[in-house]
Design a protein around this ligand. Structure first.
Ligand code: MTE
Length: 294
């Protein structure tokens, strides 16, 4: 184990040091031994680890819910870099192990609401995307942030043209408006349940935007680009009438093929009502004032 992360003051001065294993051999089983708790965390019952890690959407490893856990088992996430480009002071390539050492880790227990009308509560380990963005010094022209998943059909079988399935254009692309990207709820997650991210959940690093449908939370990020124009995202390209760029959770706007008013929390029998902005209305509604949310 290597010592990573410095003591920090956050969330009312809760300073803790994150001990992070960063050597190549052991990272998969490594645990984050301490993380700062966050006042953004939900106190709802957490979805069991088994469900969080065996019921997944990660089309690069198949379209069945149980495919990613099986087909991503051997996925190698070292070495791993993130190319940062576009409207920034300097184009750079970041190494995942440097990121793990640099940013103090927090536990963020968030609801995740998939557009397919199921949901979970996941204890993520990560850090604010805003911290990384500030370090990149974006220019005044940077209005959006575009994220791209690794494109490597040899390592991600779902990207092979011969693979039965999704029909989406690879690589998977997502995007946020700059204020959404800088919002304190938006994190880059590198772990869950105190461990490094299992491959099927988007190892080694993914986005988590809790007030938006889950498809915005792009997995296994290999590139971040700051853009002046709104980027075209994977699901928008696939079906613009069904999946918009903003994709804020909204129980009043149905998907063209099903209702979004209720959701099935994994492990529960009865459906529960879906909350506006997935329950994060107080923190995020201000960003969408004057916008038609329908
Ligand atoms: N990211 C990539 N690269 N590929 C995907 O297929 N699926 C999205 C999102 N991120 C997806 C992705 C969808 S639809 C959801 S609901 C969440 O990941 C699921 O995250 P989880 O499997 O960790 O619960």
């Amino acid at each position: 184990f290597l010592q990573g992360g410095a003591a920090l003051a956050l969330g009312g001065g809760l300073g803790l040091t994150a001990m992070i294993a960063t050597d190549k051999a052991s990272h998969a089983a490594a645990k984050f031994t301490s993380m700062v708790k966050s006042h953004f965390s939900s106190d709802e019952k957490q979805t069991p680890y088994k469900d969080v890690t065996t019921y997944n959407n990660f089309y690069e490893f198949g379209t069945g819910k149980e495919d990613p856990a099986r087909l991503a088992k051997e996925f190698q996430t070292r070495p791993w870099t993130i190319a940062v480009s576009g409207e920034v002071e300097k184009t750079v390539t970041l190494d995942i192990d440097d990121i793990l050492k640099k940013y103090p880790m927090e536990e963020r227990i968030y609801r995740l609401r998939c557009v397919e009308a199921w949901s979970m509560v996941v204890p993520w380990v990560g850090f604010p995307l805003a911290s990384l963005i500030k370090d990149m010094n974006p220019t005044s022209k940077a209005k959006f942030v575009k994220f791209t998943t690794l494109h490597d059909p040899e390592r991600m079988p779902g990207q092979k043209s011969t693979f039965f399935g999704s029909g989406v254009d690879w690589p998977y692309v997502e995007g946020l408006r700059m204020d959404e990207a800088m919002h304190p709820l938006t994190i880059l997650a590198v772990g869950l349940y105190g461990e490094h991210l299992p491959n099927q959940n988007g190892a080694p690093i993914r986005l988590v935007v809790p007030w938006k449908y889950g498809f915005k939370s792009i997995k296994s990020i290999a590139a971040i680009e700051f853009t002046e124009k709104q980027p075209k995202t994977t699901w928008e390209i696939a079906a613009a009438s069904e999946y918009g760029f903003y994709a804020n959770v909204n129980p009043d706007v149905d998907h063209p093929r099903w209702s979004q008013a209720r959701e099935r929390r994994l492990g529960e029998l009865r459906k529960r009502p879906t909350l506006m902005f997935n329950g994060y209305q107080e923190q995020v509604a201000g960003m969408y004032k004057g916008m038609d949310l329908r």
